[in-house]
Design a binder for this molecule. Sequence first.
Ligand SMILES: NC(=O)c1ccc[n+]([C@@H]2O[C@H](COP(=O)([O-])OP(=O)(O)OC[C@H]3O[C@@H](n4cnc5c(N)ncnc54)[C@H](OP(=O)(O)O)[C@@H]3O)[C@@H](O)[C@H]2O)c1
Length: 347
Amino acid sequence: MSFSRESLPLTTEAVDPASVPSRILFSGAKIPGIGLGTFGSDHVPHSAVAEAVRYAASIGCRHFDCASVYGNEAEIGVSLAQILRDGVRREDLWITSKLWNDKHGEDDVIASCEKSLADLRLDYLDLYLIHWPFPNFHPPGCDVSSRSPGAKPYIHENYMKTWRKMEELVNLGLVRHIGTSNMTIPKLTLLLRDARIKPAVNEMELHPHFQQPDLFRFVLDNGIQPIGYCPIGSPGRPERDRTPEDTSPTEDPVIVGIARRHGIHPAVVCLKWAVQRGQIPIPFSTNPHNILNNLIGVVSEPLEQQEMDAMAKLDRNCRLIKGQVFLWKNNRSWEDLWDVNGEITPP
Ligand SMILES: NC(=O)c1ccc[n+]([C@@H]2O[C@H](COP(=O)([O-])OP(=O)(O)OC[C@H]3O[C@@H](n4cnc5c(N)ncnc54)[C@H](OP(=O)(O)O)[C@@H]3O)[C@@H](O)[C@H]2O)c1
């Protein structure tokens, strides 16, 4: 089942938003424990993502993960305005957006946030993230071998200049929380040392084949909520973002077995696991059947402890979003972006 602008399905089933699990951030704010991803990449039209947002809200979803680089905030803004007109209160929505890599400059941060606010037709964001810790631009849809000529490594001093502007956004009342994405333990350690307002969340790749146990523990121990992207293993990502080593959690025999026992899709098993483990999954979907089942999945019968234990053993350290385009020299390996030796990779 899929829908177009003309064929928005009538809502026959919905989930009470109050029954959806939530998490409490260090600020005391409550964030819905599952959200809808909105990155349609280059193959899902902006209008389809905007319709998915509207449909998801109509069946009880209240959390939407947006970003300027997804190119669809203006279309999503039309949906959000409609959702508010339909009677959902602004304070019951959780809207995230993200600062793109070519807007880390001190003069760009506030303007970029204001552009997202205008596109999304909102007065404030619940959460604004620095999308990547590298100020390296690459054109949307480019191949993984593409490199920006002026690409730089992580420079903490520069990141802090961007972070200070993020803090200013909170002080201006334009955003309620600020956070990070695609960070590592050494980078977060420096940020926690120097931040006046600490990150409320870290958005990171998390699925059963990529559990990032050390970083996951680190953020929780520091009062930072993990938000998990690609929670289903991103089965719809474009060919250029795949490597032969990649594995697929929804084809994992253990997950398929659990799915059969519960009579649900393996994707929903991944989402139940995510919520029960303590991260907030943000699955992308434009399929109403899947959007509904994903939400129902996290309010219905939980996985048993032995199923959770079995899934904890499935980690394959299989990073799907490797970030090659952010590399600052052609001959570097993508592992350099992720500080795999436990310290920030030198330039
Ligand atoms: N911070 C970052 O750097 C970053 C990076 C990547 C992604 N993200 C965020 O994370 C979101 C999710 O990541 P993602 O889209 O790469 O991967 P994902 O959510 O793991 O996978 C999405 C795919 O799963 C399918 N799907 C969803 N529910 C399903 C179900 N119940 N049964 C079967 N298939 C199902 C969708 O197809 P249908 O449409 O057909 O349902 C879609 O192809 C993005 O949209 C974005 O908001 C953030």
